[in-house]
Design a protein around this ligand. Structure first.
Ligand SMILES: NC(=O)c1ccc[n+]([C@@H]2O[C@H](COP(=O)([O-])OP(=O)(O)OC[C@H]3O[C@@H](n4cnc5c(N)ncnc54)[C@H](O)[C@@H]3O)[C@@H](O)[C@H]2O)c1
Ligand SMILES: O=C[C@H](O)CS(=O)(=O)O
Length: 486
């Protein structure tokens, strides 16, 4: 029982948080939440539908006026307290996360710090929402631009980063004076509900931050149709993002989409090979390969191809696979059996099309949704890994001869979220960095995510940016005031 291992068991909630109250579904129906490492049921959360969502949106609409009327400084102090509370409870929040998502405790602790950092960042950014005074073209006029909070925001978030994907949105929205209704993934609701508990303790007013669990389609349908919602912010698969974008267009809602990826990781002959392998492990196997910016395919120049494949396999074979709550685990389970089966499909496809298994390639002896970290050499563009997001611990390695060939292969995808390359040639750094069709590029590093930097993609990886000074733009409306008779 998870509550028994928490220092503060009151962080663990099994009800939705709407208008400052902990509530069940109107039907009293609930859905189970399981620990992906053990298959055990951790608890339940309400199976809410459209009616409860309407109540949450109404609560957010009623709450926003008083909240936006506060000074930015007043809002900042409360959000900063929210950050402080997350860090004070980092260990408990990490336990909740690992229990429901499966990632190793070290990664869960890291995500809590990363998630809290968005509150710290936007508590400050919210105080710098400036407007403009435009030099008038008529002497008796004054032309002014102000920025105002967009209003009620609806956020839908994924299971792979159950805290950071919420705070990356809620921090920006709430800092500028919006209110928000969050629907977390069914698999990982408890991290979201713990953030709600700390919102209450921090002094976030009732209705400003709401968390609703239950039917994705019913909740999402109400969020995209309800005219009180002025902004949809979504993090998840491209397929769902496209649906939400279509549905939101009926009421002309603003949307920001953080979607799927198929990141290339290019290693040139002149790269520091050991550094490239270290970066490859981080960018491929973080969260057991279940991050949107994980490398999906490696492109390695022919001169170092064999050495890279062997060094990568040697590093991968040392990784400890296990329950994230135990000891020095470095690779947890896949989130569910469907995710495991997708990895198996991609491995089988690659081997059937000429791939050479260097390490892994099968379910782990632990059973369940555990999979051996895998490296496949002699990968090609004809394989599923070149066109589909694997979202698991599979590293396919393709070979290339020239810089132009590497860039062409890297860009040959409808996605464009993250890309990585290793070289010690400064001129090449600029050439390749500018030519890669990606929202974010890691150069001689496999870890790029940072609250102070703009996170987001191009092409079918989405639109908008989260974090950074750009992260508030999605939650603001620009208003032009034309004053005559001065
Ligand atoms: N770009 C990013 O920042 C980022 C970050 C994390 C994950 N992702 C992407 O998310 C995907 C994995 O996450 P996932 O499996 O949770 O994605 P998903 O799209 O299946 O689900 C994401 C969220 O959408 C909800 N959802 C599903 N169908 C819906 C519907 N019809 N209406 C409303 N909501 C609906 C889910 O319940 C969940 O809360 C991968 O493609 C990954 O690349 C992107
Ligand atoms: O899955 C992608 C998330 O955005 C995680 S991170 O921001 O790259 O840590």
């Amino acid at each position: 029982m998870i509550k028994k291992i928490l220092k503060d068991p009151t962080l663990f909630h099994q009800k939705c948080y709407i208008q400052g109250e902990w509530v069940n579904a109107d039907s009293n129906k609930a859905l189970d939440v399981t620990n992906p490492a053990t298959g055990e049921t951790i608890g339940t959360v309400p199976m809410c539908c459209a009616e409860e969502t309407r109540k949450a949106i109404k609560a957010a609409e009623e709450a926003r006026y008083e909240w936006q009327a506060k000074t930015a400084g007043d809002r900042s102090r409360i959000i900063r307290r929210w950050h402080d509370l997350m860090m004070e409870h980092q260990e408990d929040l990490a336990i909740i996360m690992t229990a429901e998502q499966g990632k190793p405790m070290a990664e869960s602790r890291g995500e809590i710090a990363y998630a809290a950092a968005f509150f710290e960042w936007f508590a400050e950014e919210g105080k710098r929402i400036y407007g403009d005074v435009i030099p008038q073209t008529v002497q008796s006029q004054r032309l002014v631009v102000i920025k105002q909070p967009i209003g009620v925001v609806a956020a839908i978030t994924p299971w792979n980063f159950p805290s950071a994907m919420i705070t990356r949105k809620a921090g920006a929205a709430i800092a500028v004076g919006c209110s928000i209704v969050v629907k977390p993934a069914k698999a990982t609701p408890y991290s979201a509900l713990a953030i709600a508990e700390l919102a209450h303790r921090a002094g976030i007013p009732r209705g400003v931050f709401n968390v609703i669990t239950g039917s994705s389609s019913a909740i999402g349908g109400e969020m995209t149709a309800n005219p009180l919602v002025r902004k949809i912010t979504f993090t998840g698969s491209t397929a769902v993002g496209k649906k939400l974008m279509r549905d939101a267009s009926d009421t002309m809602k603003r949307v920001s989409m953080e979607l799927g990826g198929n990141a290339p990781f290019i290693v040139f002959d002149d790269a520091d090979l050991d550094a490239a392998v270290e970066g490859a492990v981080v960018s491929k196997y973080r969260n057991t390969g279940q991050t949107c910016v994980c490398t999906n395919r490696f492109l390695v120049q022919s001169g170092i191809y064999d050495a890279f494949c062997q060094k990568l396999a040697d590093a991968v074979q040392k990784m400890k696979v296990g329950n994230g709550l135990e000891g020095e685990t470095q690779q947890g389970p896949m989130i569910d059996m469907a995710a495991l089966k997708k990895v198996e499909e991609h491995v089988a496809d690659a081997l059937a099309k000429g791939g050479r298994l260097v390490t892994g390639g099968k379910r782990h002896a632990l059973g369940g949704s555990f999979y051996e970290p895998t490296v496949i050499a002699d990968a090609t563009e004809e394989m599923l890994i070149s066109t589909e997001e694997t979202f698991g611990p599979l590293a396919p390695v393709l070979k290339f001869e020239t810089e132009d060939e590497a860039i062409h292969k890297a860009n040959k995808t409808e996605f464009g979220l993250a890309a990585y390359f290793y070289t010690r040639d400064m001129a090449r750094t600029w050439r390749v960095g500018e030519k890669l069709e990606s929202g974010m590029v890691g150069i001689n590093t496999g870890l790029i995510s940072n609250p102070v930097a703009p996170f987001g993609g191009v092409k079918e990886s989405g639109n908008g940016r989260e974090g950074s000074k750009y992260g508030v733009d999605d939650y603001l409306e620009i208003k032009y005031l034309c004053m005559a008779g001065i």
